[in-house]
Write a protein that binds this ligand. Structure first.
Ligand code: ATR
Length: 274
């Protein structure tokens, strides 16, 4: 039997998850075919039902389904529940378990380049689905106080309220006057917005911190204007590729119980990006 597994999204044609996972299955000799499933929102319930069979290992879930898929599943990890989003589904005996490996994947990427100490002030740009996973990861690692800036400030406030619970989290509009000062004294800056995908600048270069670790979760292009500005100003930088590969590796472990070959996964990701 060939195991069935894949990634669901809409659109999905640009996902490099098939390349990353297939490389790991092939390297370990596990007979599995990792597919790419383009499923519009109206078809999500039928697609979820199609996972409930013995041949399916599970699935990765991406935009726009990470939140919408939750009511269609049977059980959740505490992480998926706290983040309010699922990026990994595991099928066992017809039951579907929702998990989220984005937060742990983000922290592994951070750890690889030396990390950020607990108690270090951090700035998060964005308050969408990806920001929720990163904010959760930062609180888990006790990084903060955390300042969240978002174009629509009510989304930042909702995220702070959901994840705050006694932690030090403040929410602001993207253009709030506090931004300059929070950026100047942060030890970690993370961009989770889509700004930079097409060469746009989210921050004026002179506001990009010089003594911080600057992370952009975008991996294509590998260097956004934010990361280029940060590098020019002497900051340490990290793009989104390690987070992408580590969240994939953690999903692979959930499905197979095996440690995937990370070097193969990184190589496949780089090759797929060209
Ligand atoms: P994802 O799951 O990738 O986080 P999302 O939930 O749609 O996707 O969130 C996209 C993020 O990028 C949001 O923080 C969004 O800001 P708003 O919540 O204010 O919409 C941010 N974003 C997208 N385009 C932006 C732009 N042109 N300027 C500033 N922020 C932008």
């Amino acid at each position: 039997m060939v195991w069935r597994v894949g990634v669901v999204g809409y659109p999905i044609q640009h996902s490099i998850s098939p390349a990353i996972h297939q490389a790991a299955f092939d390297a370990l000799g596990i007979p599995a075919r990792y597919e790419r499933w383009a499923v519009p929102p109206a078809d999500l319930p039928a697609w979820v039902a199609s996972l409930r069979n013995a041949q399916t290992l599970g699935a990765n879930v991406t935009v726009p389904h990470k939140e919408a898929v939750m009511p269609l599943l049977d059980t959740f990890s505490s992480t998926a529940h706290a983040i309010g989003a699922v990026n990994t589904i595991v099928q066992r005996d017809g039951q579907l378990h929702g998990d989220n490996t984005d937060a742990a994947g983000f922290l592994r990427g951070l750890a690889d380049i030396g990390g950020v100490p607990a108690g270090a002030p951090a700035v998060l740009l964005g308050a969408g689905g990806a920001a929720r996973a990163v904010a959760y990861a930062l609180l888990q690692a006790r990084i903060g106080p955390l300042s969240i800036f978002n174009r629509h400030p009510e989304r930042a406030r909702a995220l702070a309220a959901d994840l705050g619970r006694g932690a030090s989290v403040e929410a602001f509009a993207l253009d709030a006057p506090e931004r300059r000062e929070r950026l100047a004294r942060c030890a970690l800056l993370v961009n989770t917005t889509a700004v930079g995908l097409h060469g746009e600048r989210l921050l004026p270069p002179e506001e990009v911190p010089t003594h911080a670790l600057v992370v952009d979760i975008i991996y294509n292009p590998p260097e956004t204007p934010l990361l280029a500005d940060a590098a020019r100003r002497g900051a340490r930088t990290l793009n989104g590729l390690p987070m992408l590969v580590y969240q994939a590796a953690l999903a692979f472990e959930r499905w197979t119980g095996r440690q995937p070959p990370l070097d193969r996964m990184f190589a496949a990701a780089r090759a797929a990006l060209g």
